[in-house]
Design a binder for this molecule. Structure first.
Ligand SMILES: [Zn+2]
Length: 177
């Protein structure tokens, strides 16, 4: 518990998980595992919301996508969802032993809700990200060279004839300012 009081949730979770290897059915340890998992996921998602926006309008009808940051965020989202899934598993085990505990039921619901929200958010981001090269092709409208959507900053814009065109951020700014 000392670890937990220092807000060092990841090390606390590791200690609890080791404890569970020795005492798989310990209800106290299962609860702590769920609790620390939830706190870790919560901290990580707060951290994410303080990141700069990775997909945003930049004027001139352009939508800027920071490929490297988007990849990184999607990875982080996945990590949080995995952590929440493990917390949910622990609380589900507890519910098998204590099916009537309203505290556990409520806790599982809040974990589940958070997981769904994060899933939704990351799915939206992922689909915009994955669809971009399909919609806009892999070549920059400005310099005609290829674009790496996963590592570069890219601008998407609807052309006059309603096609979606892709630009390197630098090329877009050079041409449209
Ligand atoms: Zn270019």
């Amino acid at each position: 518990m000392q670890e937990a009081q220092n807000s060092n949730f990841p090390s606390a979770l590791e200690i609890i998980t080791n404890g569970l290897d020795a005492h798989p059915a310990s209800e106290g340890l299962l609860f702590l595992k769920a609790y620390f998992g939830y706190k870790i996921a919560d901290n990580m998602s707060n951290e994410l919301s303080s990141y700069p926006k990775v997909i945003q309008p930049i004027g001139g009808g352009g939508l800027m996508i920071d490929g490297a940051m988007t990849s990184q965020m999607l990875h982080k989202f996945q990590e949080i969802v995995n952590t929440l899934s493990e917390a949910e598993e622990a609380i589900s085990e507890l519910l098998q032993v204590n099916p009537k505990s309203t505290d556990f039921v409520e806790f599982r619901e809040s974990i589940d809700l958070k997981r769904q929200q994060l899933n939704q958010e990351s799915e939206n981001m992922r689909s915009t990200f994955n669809r971009s090269p399909q919609l806009a092709g892999n070549f920059c409208r400005g310099c005609q060279r290829s674009i790496s959507f996963e590592t570069q900053k890219v601008v998407l814009r609807r052309s006059d004839d309603s096609h979606i065109e892709a630009w390197h951020l630098g090329c877009f700014k050079a041409t449209n300012n």
